[in-house]
Ligand binder design. Structure first.
Ligand code: 0L1
Ligand code: MG
Length: 262
């Protein structure tokens, strides 16, 4: 039986409370094994609505599970999508208190900023590149609200794809100044390289993730507005972090960004 609006609101309240209190919970599908994708995204949308109602601002969108290897491993053919509000943003080089987080991990990403709206269906890489104002290095801090970071895909969609914090910085770069497939990245933890890769790890080209987001939103009658920041997904596996860790991300030709966990 489909979940009622009341149940969806209650599940959103539970997941958001766990996020705000930095405590774990059990998976949504433990109680609702027949959860549909539509219901999972409806729970996520209800979490966003709760934040906006309290005066939070939507500051970005994200694609997750975008590395081909991880998608194969999880048995999915499409990434998952989520959002970031203003309280998720960490200043370039700034501090990120771990107190508000459960079991944070960091992912190296390429962030896109659009200058034109993107609307699916039928959105493709060329349309994304044409609509992109600039790309910039970004680090996403993910923090599943589920016990031991263990989940299934619909539960993780409901939990806003584990979104928690992010930082962007470095050199805003036009897409004709960089080959986003071959661009190399190195992420360092306390000065030691811990993750390396190239843009092509994200669906062959990070712009593909943005096109898939536009197509996903198109199915809901929505679009990616001009001026939107979008994290295109982790280029490598996520790296666990703790208080005291300094993380920096270097993207060839695009500069560096970083943050310190305190
Ligand atoms: O941004 C991401 O790739 C995370 C998507 C959700 C899965 C996870 O928490 O690893
Ligand atoms: Mg990510």
């Amino acid at each position: 039986m489909p979940l009622s609006a009341h149940t969806i609101e209650g599940l959103a309240e539970r997941l958001e409370a766990c996020q705000l209190d930095a405590r774990e919970t059990h998976k949504i599908t433990d109680d609702y094994p027949d959860l549909t994708w539509q219901e999972a995204y409806a729970i996520q949308a209800a979490i966003l609505a709760r934040k906006l109602a309290r005066g939070r601002k939507l500051v970005g969108l994200k694609a997750g599970l975008t590395s081909t290897a991880k998608m194969k491993q999880m048995g999915v053919t499409s990434p998952v999508f989520g959002f970031m509000t203003d309280d998720y943003a960490v200043p370039h080089g700034g501090e990120c208190p771990v107190q508000g987080l459960i079991h944070p991990r960091v992912e190296p990403e390429i962030a896109f900023v659009t200058k034109k709206a993107l609307k699916g269906p039928g959105c493709h890489i060329a349309a994304v590149l044409e609509a992109t104002d600039f790309v910039i290095p970004g680090i996403e801090v993910i923090d599943s609200r589920y016990r031991d970071f263990k989940f299934d895909l619909k539960s993780v969609v409901a939990d806003n794809t584990s979104a928690a914090r992010f930082v962007i910085g470095g050199q805003p770069t036009r897409v004709d100044q960089v080959d986003l497939r071959t661009v190399g990245i190195v992420m360092e933890k306390n000065g030691e390289p811990v993750a390396f890769g190239a843009g092509a790890a994200v669906l062959g080209h990070p712009a593909t993730a943005i096109a898939m987001l536009a197509n996903h939103l198109g199915e809901l009658g929505q679009e990616i507005p001009a001026g939107t920041l979008i994290l295109s997904g982790g280029i490598t596996e996520a790296i666990p972090v703790a208080a005291g860790d300094h993380i920096s991300l270097h993207v060839h030709g695009m500069g560096s960004t970083g943050l310190r966990f305190v």
